[in-house]
Every structure is written in structure tokens, then in C-alpha cells.
Write a protein that binds this ligand. Structure first.
Ligand code: EPS
Length: 404
């Protein structure tokens, strides 16, 4: 079973991720991880912090001569901004007085976190709840992504909408309806999306979105949006219906929902499936040579919580960032008086980054189920298990179904 954990505060020394259970002999490099960390930093509408940071992961343990050892892999991402916060984020008692924060921002973890942990300074809540933590997630999940790529499984994403501006064509429809483009691999999809400043597939829409972000900035406001994550090259048979906690769709949803500011997740047609007749929703089964496939992929690559082998299609919704430069109403905890919420350096829009983070989390979950099925101590053993599966198992023959 693979696992990862992250540690680190937004303005502390840095972020740490510990990844365990990865088989030995997987080729991995800091460059590979950093390429995804860089993608997480992009997108029009990010705040000043992204100008300070150029996130890179240092591999501290678990890798030798560019290959995993099978031992825990620990990664460190330095917060460059820490230099400006040494006193305010001191591990020991600070040498001089540090200003306490007492005004919570609506929508952020400020108030609930402070109440829950009995903090006397909202800064303590801000630091760990910040989406800065996702840099460590992207680094950790890159290892899983690399493992999947060894088996031709790719994970990609694009932004569907920001601030309610949608494209003319629902691009995910190509995957849902199974048109010829359905086979565009997810890494190609990423190459296309990464060309856009807001990771959309439609240039005109991109321009409209950028002017809406400019408007939000002017107003001191923020925007959210929706995104799609697509996983291609999937084998059939990952996940299961036998237990609630072995369901692939449930675990994928959880992994996306766990991302800061995500408020909704759908698989395949998702909520839209509720509006149609069953005959319009379910994907008809066909034989293509010796292989079973479906005419469409409304199920988003998962039936009965098991992967069908068709692309996995996940849609997520991110709420607008909760730090507003034109703040909403709040209460000052030091006076219990009505005040404007605190302004804090932040992003105006982070949907493009959120999509990259969602890719990473989806890669992790797919890798977890992949290794549950094909797991071995070394990558060679996993490859062998994978080959055997295709040779010997998951083959339905007419003979099996002949009458007793
Ligand atoms: C982020 C770093 C943070 C924010 C953002 C994500 O840096 P800072 O708080 O210093 O500006 O830019 O986090 C939030 C939007 C949030 O509300 O916590 C990052 O590295 O992605």
C-alpha cells in the first residue's frame, strides 16, 4: 500500500513530503518532479507569492543513482519567502514581539481553526490551511505519476470555466461521447492546456476570462471555476464494488475534494446524468475485436466502482479564493467588534493551479489502486504482474458462459 504525508507551514522553512510503498527501481529525478511543481505555479491571476517562489524539490532519501530503493522517499521544498518571516515563524520564542492576527476571513479556515485548536493567534490557522501545502502534494504525487507513465497511464487536466465563463464547445464531451478524439492521451491534453495562461482549450474564452480576472483584481475580488481531470491508458479492473472502501470513484472523489477550496466533484456525466432517461445515460457495450468497450463513456471510465479501461473523467469545482482585497464583514476577536475582514497577500484566481493539483491527486489514487492490484517489491515485479494479468486473467470466453 502506498502512502504519503506532507508537513510544513506556508511561511515556515519549507514543505516536506514522505512517500512510502513505492517499488524499487523506478527511474525518478528531481527534474521530473520540478516540471510538475512549475506547472502548479502558473496561471494568470496568481498573487505575489508566486513571483517569490520557484518551487523545486530536493530528494533527501529513498533514491540512489536515479532509481527508487523501495524505502521511504522524502522530499523537501524550500520556502524562499521564509527569509522574510524568520522572526514571525520562529520555532523558538521570538526575540521581539510579533503582531497577532485577530480578524478572521470569511470562507477561510481562520475562525474554525482558531476555535478548534485553541490558538491565540489566527496566523497559526492560516499557515497550515494555506494551499501552499499543495506544492508538497504535487511533489509526492509526481512519483506516483512517474510510476503510472511506465504503464502508459497518463493524467492530464484543463480548466473548463473561470468566473462562469465557459467555452463554446464542452471539450470533455469528446471524452464523454467517445468521438475519435477520445483517445487523445492525457499528456497531450496537458501540452495543449499548458499553452494557455489560464489552461483553457478555447482561445476566445481564454481572452474573456483574462479580462474578467482583471475586473476582479480592480474590484479587489476573486474568482473560482471548474476543471476536468482525464486519465488515459487505464487498465480495466482497478477498484471494486465488494467494499465501500475499495470503490475507485469514491476514493478519487475524496482525493479531489481534499484540495483546498474544492467544493464539488463529479465523475463522468455526474450531476447531468440525473436529468436524462436511463437509455440516454448508460454506455452500450460493444466488442472491438476481442475486447469489450462502450459506445460512449458517460460513466467516466468507472462502472460498479471498477475501472472500465476507458478514460477516467473527473470534473471539479473550486470556490473563489477567500482572501478579498475589498473585504467582507467579520468580527475582531480581540475586541468582539464588527470589522472588515483582514487583507492578506493572496491569489485572485488559482483554478489553473488547482487543476494541476487535482491531476496529481488523481494520479496518486490511480497508482494506489494500480499497486493494490499489481503490486510488487520492484518495478520489474509489478511489470510482470501487469503482463500476466493481460495474458491470463480478465478474459471472458464463450466457453465460460456455455450451459452446465
Ligand atoms: C500558495 C501560497 C500562498 C497563497 C495561496 C497558495 O502564499 P501567501 O499566503 O504567502 O500569499 O498565495 O494560498 C491561498 C490562496 C490561501 O488562501 O491560502 C501556493 O504556494 O500555492
Amino acid at each position: 500500500m502506498i502512502e504519503f504525508t506532507t508537513a510544513g507551514e506556508s511561511h515556515g522553512k519549507g514543505l516536506v513530503a514522505v512517500v512510502s510503498g513505492i517499488p524499487s527501481n523506478l527511474i525518478i529525478s528531481e527534474e521530473y518532479i520540478n516540471q510538475h511543481l512549475k506547472r502548479r505555479q502558473l496561471g494568470y491571476g496568481r498573487g505575489l507569492r508566486m513571483k517569490i517562489e520557484s518551487d523545486t524539490a530536493e530528494i533527501l532519501t529513498g533514491v540512489r543513482f536515479a532509481k527508487t530503493l523501495g524505502s521511504p522517499i522524502s522530499l523537501f521544498i524550500k520556502n524562499k519567502d521564509w527569509e522574510n518571516w524568520i522572526e514571525k515563524m520562529s520555532v523558538g520564542l521570538p526575540a521581539k514581539d510579533v503582531e497577532k492576527i485577530s480578524i478572521p476571513r470569511p470562507g477561510h479556515a481562520d475562525l474554525v481553526g482558531t476555535m478548534k485548536y485553541g490558538y491565540d493567534d489566527i496566523r497559526n490557522s492560516i499557515e497550515r490551511s494555506s494551499a501552499r501545502e499543495t506544492a508538497a502534494r504535487v511533489a509526492a504525487c509526481s512519483v506516483a505519476r512517474k510510476l503510472l507513465s511506465e504503464f502508459g497511464i497518463e493524467v492530464g487536466s484543463y480548466v473548463e470555466s473561470i468566473g462562469g465563463i465557459y467555452p463554446k464547445e464542452n471539450y470533455a464531451g469528446r471524452y464523454l461521447e467517445g468521438s475519435n478524439l477520445k483517445n487523445m492521451s492525457a499528456d497531450k491534453l496537458n501540452l495543449l492546456a499548458d499553452q494557455s495562461d489560464v489552461r483553457v482549450m478555447d482561445e476566445v474564452q481564454g481572452k474573456k476570462i483574462i479580462s474578467k480576472i482583471k475586473q476582479a483584481k480592480k474590484l479587489g475580488d476573486t474568482l473560482g471555476g471548474t476543471f476536468y481531470v482525464i486519465v488515459t491508458g487505464m487498465p480495466a479492473g482497478l477498484g471494486s464494488f465488494v467494499d465501500y472502501n475499495s470503490r475507485l470513484d469514491a476514493e478519487l472523489s475524496k482525493s479531489i475534494m481534499s484540495i483546498q477550496a474544492v467544493k464539488g466533484v463529479e465523475i463522468g456525466l455526474g450531476f447531468a446524468a440525473a436529468n436524462y432517461f436511463g437509455s440516454q445515460v448508460h454506455d452500450e457495450i460493444i466488442l472491438k475485436g476481442n475486447e469489450f468497450t462502450r459506445k460512449t463513456n458517460h460513466a467516466g471510465g468507472i462502472e460498479g466502482s471498477i475501472s472500465t479501461g476507458l478514460p477516467i473523467i473527473i470534473r471539479g469545482a473550486m470556490k473563489p479564493i477567500s482572501t478579498l482585497m475589498s473585504p467582507l464583514q467579520s468580527v475582531d476577536l480581540s475586541t468582539m467588534k464588527k470589522v472588515d475582514a483582514r487583507r492578506e497577500r493572496s491569489d485572485f484566481v488559482a483554478v489553473p493551479a488547482c487543476a494541476v493539483i487535482a491531476e496529481s491527486m488523481a494520479a496518486w489514487t490511480v497508482a494506489k489502486y494500480f499497486l493494490t492490484k499489481f503490486g510488487g517489491d520492484s518495478i520489474e515485479e509489478v511489470k510482470e504482474n501487469y503482463r500476466n494479468y493481460y495474458k491470463n486473467v480478465f478474459r471472458i470466453t464463450k466457453k465460460n458462459f456455455s450451459r452446465r
